[in-house]
Design a protein around this ligand. Structure first.
Ligand SMILES: [Zn+2]
Length: 83
């Protein structure tokens, strides 16, 4: 009978321990913060080939593989390249 009592106490302790662990886990895990995934576009920065100015891709002028901060720099760089 003593063995059975010991087993019962052991089971009770394990059960209590499990409950405690679960409570800790619930407390430890922070509330899920909803991330606005996809709604916010990550703006890529590009560099003006002519003056090395960094600016958002949306505001930059695209010419082939190159980026420019404005049309004047694009044209000036073209002239430089063509000579
Ligand atoms: Zn520029």
């Amino acid at each position: 009978m003593a063995n059975l009592l010991r087993l019962a106490i052991l089971v009770l302790l394990v059960w209590l321990g499990w409950r405690l662990v679960r409570r800790w886990l619930a407390a430890a895990s922070p509330p899920v913060v909803s991330k606005k995934k996809g709604s916010q576009k990550v703006e890529r920065m590009v560099r003006c080939r002519y003056c090395d100015l960094h600016l958002p891709e949306q505001e930059a002028l695209h010419d082939g593989r190159d980026w420019y901060c404005n049309a004047a720099h694009r044209d000036a760089d073209r002239e430089n390249r063509t000579g």
